[in-house]
Design a protein around this ligand. Sequence first.
Ligand code: SME
Length: 157
Amino acid sequence: MAEDLTIAQGSKEEQYEAIIPQIEGLLTGENDLVANMANVAAALKEQFGWLWVGFYVVKNDELVLAPFQGPVACTRIKKGRGVCGQAWQQAQTLIVPDVEKFPGHIACSSLSKSEIVVPIKKQDEVVAVLDVDSNEYNLFDETDQRYLEQIVRLINF
Ligand code: SME
């Protein structure tokens, strides 16, 4: 497909519904994981304008920074640490309306106010997480959870 995105206006649902087929197009015929994570992060950043969106992958029992869009970030996160490490440990999506109230939150950027982290599983094991940060409080909800969980399932980990 052409490497241009069409950016949708409208409700959150309308924006996800518009970006998902384009993400499917970007992933079709490409099986390189880094390339695919990179394009998914870029497409989401371009559509939603979030502060930070990207992946951490499990390597030797740590989360290690992978393709992302946004400010520089911490490179390694241990299991149970911060929102990412908790989402990994609990193997479930975490929505944090105010990161300052989350015990152990890792502040990569002082601009980050709310966050959603979606674990990515392969054969029931968490192999990576998708982390999205916003500079607004309370930005993420069950709609983001539903669509982001759908989007990560499109990537062949
Ligand atoms: N805030 C995250 C760390 C990763 S960065 O925000 C990119 C956390 O507490 O897991």
